[in-house]
Design a protein around this ligand. Structure first.
Ligand code: GLY
Length: 422
C-alpha cells in the first residue's frame, strides 16, 4: 500500500515513523513535509489548502490512500475531493470537520447527543459582550472566564483568566477581527486527550494522553499549540476511557451519521475529568500535536491498515489494538518568542538524532538545517515508565542547540511523581 501523508509538522513525522512499521506499507510520500520527513519518505511540495493539487499529486504518486494531517485542508473539504477522485482518504468530510471548524456547531452536536460539556454562549456583536461576560467567570461563580475564538486558531485562540479586563480585551479583539467569540464556563479537573479512529459509527480509541498547552513550566504564560505530552495516563482508570467512548464519542458519531455527515477519520476528544465525570472541552477532526508523537510511539498494531480500515468503512473488522509496554514522553523545542512571532532562520545542531521529530525546519542547499516555524522540533522517547521516558527525552533534548530556543522542563512530571488525582 502506497500512502500519501499531507502536512509538515512533528505529527506527520510521527505518522510516517509509525506507518513505516506496518509491513503492508510499501511506499510513503509526504507533502509538503520538512527537513526531517524528507529522510523517511518521497517528499513533494503542495498547497495543502488545494484539493485539486492534492488529488493531482495523489494520482501522480499512485497513492492507494491519502492521510490528511492538519485541520485546515479538512475544514476546506479536501477529503471530499480525494474521495470523489476515487482514492481512499483518512480524514473527515468538510461537513463532519465542522466539529472542529466551528465550536458553535460542536456545541449543537453535543447538546443533541446529550454529551457533558461546558455551558456556553456565542457572542457575535460587541454590543452584547459585557452582558455575556457577566453570565460567566467570577460573577457567575466560576473561577475564571474561558474565551475562545469560534474559528480555527491553531490552539492559540483560547484565553482562560480570572481577570475580566483580560477576558474582555481578548474577546473584543476577536470580534473586531470578525470572529465570533465563544464564552464558556470553566471545567475544573485534569485534562485528557483521547484520540478515536472512527468510520461512521465504529469507534476505536487509542491510548489516552495529556498535553501541555501553556508555554511555561507550572502551566504559566500564554497558550500554545502544545509544548509536550505523554501517554498513557497512569492516574486515569481504564473504565473512564470506556465511559468516554460509550457516553461521548459513540453518541456524537451517531449524531453526525443522523445529520448525514458521518465522521470518518480521527476524532480527537479533549476532556476535563471533573468531579461530575468526564466533560468535553473540545473536539478536533485530526490527530493532535504533540500527543500523537507519544501515542504512536507505543502503537504496536499496523497503523496503515488501521487508517485504511477507517477510510474503507471496515473498522468493525479490525479487532483490538495492541500497545507496547511502558510509557512515552514528547517535549517540544520552540523558537525564541514563540507563541508570539517566532525567530526563524537559525541553524539547528543535533536535530538528526534518533527520537527527534521535525516540525518547523528546512534544509538549506548547503545541507544545514534551519528553524522555520514556532514549534521547531519534538523530541519523543519511550521507557519502562514515565520517569524513564522523561529522563530519556530530556537527555536527547539537551544535546540539541538552537539559539534562543526554549522548552518546558516539567512535561509529565506531576504524573510521574503520582501527583495527579481525580
Ligand atoms: N494538542 C492540541 C492540538 O493538537 O490541538
Amino acid at each position: 500500500m502506497r500512502i500519501l501523508v499531507i502536512g509538515s509538522g512533528a505529527r506527520e513525522h510521527a505518522l510516517l515513523l509509525a506507518l513505516r512499521r506496518d509491513p503492508q506499507v510499501t511506499g510513503l510520500i509526504i507533502a509538503p513535509g520538512n527537513a526531517g520527513t524528507a529522510r523517511l519518505a518521497e517528499q513533494h511540495d503542495v498547497d495543502i489548502s488545494s484539493g485539486d493539487d492534492i488529488v493531482a499529486l495523489a494520482r501522480n504518486v499512485r497513492a492507494d490512500m491519502v492521510v490528511i494531517g492538519p485541520e485546515v485542508p479538512l475544514v476546506l473539504g479536501v477529503a471530499d475531493m480525494v474521495r470523489a477522485a476515487g482514492i481512499v482518504c483518512f480524514g473527515p468530510s468538510k461537513d463532519a470537520a465542522r466539529i472542529e471548524g466551528s465550536k458553535a456547531f460542536a456545541k449543537e452536536v453535543m447538546a443533541a447527543a446529550g454529551v457533558h460539556t461546558a455551558r456556553s454562549e456565542t457572542v457575535d456583536r460587541p454590543a452584547h459582550l459585557d452582558a455575556a461576560l457577566d453570565r460567566f467567570g467570577p460573577p457567575a461563580g466560576d473561577p475564571a472566564w474561558v474565551v475562545k475564538d469560534d474559528r480555527l486558531a491553531a490552539g492559540k485562540g483560547v484565553v482562560v483568566t480570572p481577570d475580566r479586563d483580560v477576558a474582555r480585551t481578548h474577546a473584543a479583539g476577536l470580534l473586531e477581527a470578525g470572529h465570533p467569540v465563544l464564552l464558556e464556563s470553566y471545567l475544573d479537573g485534569p485534562e485528557v486527550s483521547l484520540f478515536c479512529v472512527v468510520d461512521g459509527r465504529t469507534v476505536v480509541p487509542l491510548l489516552p494522553a495529556q498535553d501541555f498547552k501553556r508555554v511555561g513550566d507550572g502551566d504559566t504564560g500564554p497558550n500554545t499549540g502544545g509544548m509536550g505530552a505523554y501517554a498513557p495516563l497512569p492516574w486515569l482508570p481504564d473504565e473512564v476511557c470506556q465511559q468516554v467512548v460509550t457516553r461521548i464519542v459513540e453518541p456524537v458519531a451517531a449524531e453526525l451519521v443522523q445529520r448525514g455527515s458521518p465522521f470518518c477519520g480521527l476524532l480527537y476528544v479533549g476532556l476535563a475529568i471533573t468531579a461530575n465525570g468526564p466533560a468535553v472541552v473540545e473536539f478536533n477532526c485530526r490527530f493532535g500535536d504533540p500527543e500523537t508523537q507519544a501515542v504512536l510511539a507505543l502503537l504496536d498494531s499496523p497503523l496503515g491498515q488501521l487508517l485504511y480500515a477507517s477510510g474503507t468503512g471496515t473498522l468493525a473488522d479490525f479487532g483490538e489494538l495492541r500497545w507496547r509496554a511502558g510509557a512515552a514522553v514528547t517535549v517540544v523545542l520552540a523558537a525564541e518568542n514563540y507563541p508570539g512571532r517566532p525567530r526563524v532562520g537559525d541553524i539547528i545542531f543535533g536535530s538528526e538524532a534518533d527520537g527527534v521529530l521535525h516540525a518547523g525546519t528546512t534544509r538549506r542547499d548547503d545541507g544545514t538545517i534551519v528553524s522555520s516555524g514556532g514549534r521547531v522540533l519534538s523530541v519523543v522517547a519511550t521507557g519502562a515508565d514515565l520517569l524513564a521516558a522523561r529522563a530519556h527525552a530530556y537527555r536527547i533534548l539537551r544535546s540539541i542547540r538552537l539559539l534562543g530556543s526554549h522548552f518546558r522542563n516539567d512535561i509529565a512530571l506531576s504524573a510521574a511523581e503520582g501527583k495527579i488525582h481525580i
